[in-house]
Design a protein around this ligand. Structure first.
Ligand code: ATP
Length: 396
């Protein structure tokens, strides 16, 4: 006998009312649990389909050459051989025309998706600036580097006849290397400004896309766009993402990276060194680059852009405080105190110092603001370094 029955001994009407209420409650609970179960089942099936979608092998990117009939087409995977393939039943055939970009199943090569064909550079992942508004005056230090860069790129663009007369080809590409935030992008932009050129920036890691063959196509489109908008400075940031030494092609990903690099090399070999498209690449890891990239006619000018020394830091601080009202600030002391800082760090320090002044409702910036800013911007890094060093002392 349960506790409930004991409780209602002798009064069956109350007991029945109680039981009915309980049944109603339990029924309600059952309905709620069933709704929960349904919701969870829906979630499960959504996650299952998401999982199977993620497990799908990458597809090839291709172009339709000809639609043969209702379920067959001739396609080409970027500049490769042509195939007669099936069109998956879910594809809207009316949208397939010669030139349509499609995704092809890796195993059967069937057309499984129609890809957007936009030529919009932002969709392609390129940053295009008609004429950047950065000038040589905005660069602190880096005099030697800037001079080398100007000789390699500005001179042949402005005075091609000099190279013609002497009978040499100007460099096609320059590789800037060094730690992040030290002015590689800045120099390339200032150069584009000086020669009145379009600046197109693309990031190496973004060229390696989801679809096989896409990276190579993007590189091709990059150079097409550059020719269209010439004079152009193409700036390839993080070139190591596609230009690292070639390894054994064990994975599809590596093959894709290699294909992208091959296309870049082919494009560089294909254009006229006396033309008005120039390529500047940047990397923090020159040691891992494929030597093929550095051969003559490719990136054969190497310019190191190192962390600024004392003079460099002073110059950079002058650039970034040019429009600030300083009171009693000794930039030499600040430059002294910021050894190891990059140009980007120094810019952040100047901005932070300005913020400290604003916080105190002042329109001028003091040395004290700068000291606090140094601590804020470099403090964490320095503390970390000290920790590492103290460990070395204890365990070293
Ligand atoms: P990354 O390898 O991260 O792309 P980068 O070397 O291209 O780095 P930049 O983008 O040129 O670095 O620098 C970042 C910012 O830092 C610049 O927009 C600029 O404000 C400042 N800066 C860096 N170096 C200098 C410099 N030499 N003179 C003036 N400002 C600088």
């Amino acid at each position: 006998m349960s506790g409930d029955e004991v409780q209602f001994q002798g009064n069956y009407d109350d007991y029945i009312t109680y039981l009915k209420r309980r049944i109603r409650n339990l029924e309600l609970q059952v309905r709620m649990l069933e709704a929960d179960k349904e919701r969870l089942e829906r979630e499960l099936s959504r996650l299952r389909s998401e999982m199977s979608r993620l497990r799908q092998p990458p597809a090839f990117a291709g172009t339709v050459i000809e639609v043969l009939d209702d379920d067959r087409a001739i396609v080409q995977n970027y500049n490769g051989p042509r195939f007669v393939v099936r069109i998956a039943p879910w594809i809207d055939k009316s949208k397939l025309r010669p030139g349509t970009r499609v995704a092809l199943d890796q195993r059967t090569m069937a057309v499984v998706e129609i890809l957007p064909t936009s030529k919009d550079p932002t969709v392609l992942g390129f940053e295009v600036i008609e004429r950047p508004n950065v000038t040589y005056n905005d660069i602190g230090g880096l005099k030697k580097q800037l001079q080398e860069l100007r000789e390699a790129i500005e001179l042949p663009l402005k005075h091609p006849e000099l190279f013609e007369e002497v009978g040499i080809d100007p460099p096609k590409g320059v590789l800037l290397y060094g730690p992040p935030g030290c002015g590689k992008t800045l120099m390339a932009k200032a150069l584009a400004h000086e020669v009145n050129a379009t600046f197109i920036r693309v990031v190496g890691s973004e060229l390696v896309r989801k679809y096989i063959g896409e990276g190579a196509r993007l590189v091709h489109e990059l150079f097409e766009l550059a020719k269209e908008k010439a004079p152009t400075i193409i700036f390839i940031d993080e070139i190591d993402a596609i230009g690292a030494k070639r390894m054994d092609e064990t994975t599809g990903g590596e093959r894709e990276v290699n294909r992208t690099l091959m296309q870049l090399l082919a494009e560089m070999d294909g254009f006229d060194p006396r033309g008005n498209v120039k390529v500047i690449a940047a990397t923090n890891r020159p040691d891992i680059l494929d030597p093929a990239l550095l051969r003559p006619g490719r990136f054969d000018r190497l310019i190191e852009v190192p962390l600024p020394d004392f003079e460099g830091r002073l110059e950079i601080l002058k650039v970034h405080t040019r429009r600030m009202k300083l009171r009693g600030v000794d930039l030499r002391v600040i430059a002294e105190m910021t050894e190891g800082a990059s140009g980007a760090d120094l810019k952040a320090i100047a901005t932070e110092a300005g913020m400290f002044a604003i916080r105190e409702r002042r329109t001028y910036v003091t040395q004290e603001d700068f000291l606090k800013a140094i601590d804020k911007v470099l403090g964490n890094e320095r503390k970390l370094m000290q920790q590492i060093l103290s460990h070395e002392i204890i365990y070293g």
